[in-house]
Design a protein around this ligand. Sequence first.
Ligand SMILES: [Zn+2]
Length: 98
Amino acid sequence: MKIPKIKLIPQPETEEAKNAVGYEWNEVAGTRHFLGGQPDELSESEYPNCSVCSNKMTFYAQIDSIGDNYDIADCMVIHNFVCFDCNTVTAQLTQTRA
Ligand SMILES: [Zn+2]
């Protein structure tokens, strides 16, 4: 199954949240959030198999590092996968070129 790409845009609502978003030296990192589509730096053959039923999982979302103060391993993104057969979810970190 492939979900169409739906871009997600952070909407920080407090001053503290606004200060948490983004990087001082990288304009791309912190903006790479989306549902569906194709995960950055990962081809479909690399998608994980479900740990419960062994079926190929569906790419569900890419969640970026938030910013300088909430950075994941030097601007890595989290790739989330769903098994629509048995509703198992998994996530993995991926290094991107941004
Ligand atoms: Zn499954």
